[in-house]
Design a binder for this molecule. Sequence first.
Ligand code: FES
Length: 272
Amino acid sequence: ATGTEPHPNSGGVHTGTRAAIDANHLRTDRWWLAPAVTAAGLLAFIVYSTWRAFADTNYYSAPYVSPFYSPCLADRCATMHSGPNADLFGSWWGISPAIIILIFPLGFRLTCYYYRKAYYRGFWASPPACAVAEPHKKYSGETRFPLILQNVHRYFFYAALLVAGTLTYDTVLTFRDENHHWGHMGLGTLVFLANIVLIWAYTLSCHSCRHIVGGKLKHFSKHPVRYKAWKFVGKLNNRHMQLAWASLISVALADFYVYLVASGAFDDPRFF
Ligand code: FES
């Protein structure tokens, strides 16, 4: 025996190197709760964001532009003063301008180390939880197509920096009123501020960011600035899961706020 033959009772994960127990697992706690809640939360966001991304309406009410639609690049956004509209896509772009831009934050989150764990467990049960065997016959990890493409995460990180920069610009513009006079502050300004703080915290807590900041160094003592930055990113990185959820919720809430104001369902309370 080489020690790698499949266990006679079961599929690929029950190899000879694994304890030959009859039960699928020995956990007695509610191990299914976390993946179930995760799957429900992700599903709720997918449904909401798909609806909003394709809605193609109610995404701008001065000075607020929905984070799902920024930067708004199609010519139908030309009247929008709040975002850097480059008219790149012009009139031939017939569908929602959110589709042009959402690919970047979506790709960033889809390939994120935390979200990978979340949806591998929540949707694919691969594995559903620690010490619970997965139902699949084979396991090749992320070594083959298509999952090997998860390696592009580091490039999505750079795109995510641009997205966070754009949303920062949008947030600064919420301090102007609809006539472009500075000094405005509404409830929406606070919603945008909370969102941009969480977006930056999530983006900078990225594992790729930590490596870019502090990786490939032999001696931290010779790179004190990078060492400090690495320690800061490391602290954020400890909270990566929490930041992933908090920023996912905040970006949806910011969009929903713009939807409420733009659709006339709610009047933005103004403090200044
Ligand atoms: Fe989660 Fe990079 S690892 S955003």
